[in-house]
Design a protein around this ligand. Structure first.
Ligand SMILES: Nc1ncnc2c1ncn2[C@@H]1O[C@H](COP(=O)(O)OP(=O)(O)O)[C@@H](O)[C@H]1O
Ligand SMILES: [Mg+2]
Length: 252
């Protein structure tokens, strides 16, 4: 089943204070199936963040269509979009985006609390997720009392609280040391393997990308190349480096 379909998507940032217009996305096409684990890579300025912002409904496209589970999200009103974002998309940020004034438990539960879900139901869901992510021992702590790796694991748990159609992650390992990065990539692989979660992740890190099933390289706002893992992570890592070399530009 197709979860995400992007047709001829373009984004032009209009000129500001005399600066030129920028065509950040230039008619990009993408297909993501249920259970896929896709990495988006590309040189600095190639349009990765713009693409993710459009998919998450954080920003609006200039033209083209985005279907998530057969719903064209480019046609939603802002109220519909807000609901859609909360219920159908899980988002993992580079800087975790956890609220410091509430516990990890409350952070993970927040989307359900905002949706007025009954506390009993929230408890059942939280128990299951805390066990899956092995974060029972930090549930009652505040974000400033736990490590970056633990925060990102909690952030992935929060992204799954509504059983979203797709999990979008923007540089999820960007703020982590190599050990925590590996840990969070294993966590994303685990939700993909064991929960069949569909994941689309932007990364500049070939090691993090090697955990994906497929990498789509973008350049100048369009798909430039695509490579698929054969299952061996070391071999895929080498091919990712090779593809980066071929595409050139500064890989941020
Ligand atoms: N808010 C904005 N206003 C004007 N230009 C922007 C804005 N955001 C990004 N751009 C430009 O759009 C292009 C793509 O940017 P971006 O999506 O951030 O690329 P990436 O994440 O791949 O580095 C770049 O040329 C960038 O300078
Ligand atoms: Mg970016």
């Amino acid at each position: 089943m197709e979860i995400l379909k992007v047709n001829h998507l373009s984004k032009v940032y209009s000129s500001f204070k005399g600066a030129k217009e920028v065509m950040a996305l230039n008619g990009i096409n993408l297909r993501v199936h249920c259970g896929d684990f896709v990495g988006i890579m590309g040189p600095s300025g190639s349009g990765k963040t713009t693409l993710l912002n459009l998919l998450a409904g954080i920003d609006q496209s200039t033209s083209g269509e985005i279907f998530i589970q057969d719903k064209n999200i480019t046609e939603l009103s802002s109220e519909e979009m807000a609901l859609f974002r909360r219920r159908s998309v899980g988002y993992v940020f580079q800087d975790y985006n956890l609220l410091d004034s509430i516990t990890i438990y409350e952070n993970i539960a927040l989307p359900l609390i905002l949706d007025n879900v009954e506390p009993d139901k929230i408890n059942i869901k939280l128990k299951e997720l805390a066990s899956f992510f092995e974060i029972e021992h930090i549930q009652n702590k505040y974000p400033y009392h736990i490590s970056g790796g633990q925060k990102q694991r909690a952030a992935v748990a929060r992204a799954l609280i509504n059983d979203p159609a797709i999990v979008l992650a923007d540089e999820p390992t960007g703020n982590l040391d190599s050990k925590s990065s590996k840990n969070i990539m294993k966590t994303l692989k685990k939700i993909n393997d064991e929960r069949n979660s569909t994941v689309l992740m932007v990364t500049h890190d070939p090691f993090a990308a090697s955990f994906c099933k497929r990498i789509i390289f973008i350049k100048d706002g369009a798909v430039n190349m695509e490579i698929t893992s054969g299952g061996d992570r070391n071999e895929f890592f080498d091919r990712i480096l090779e593809a980066q070399g071929m595409i050139g530009g500064e890989n941020e």
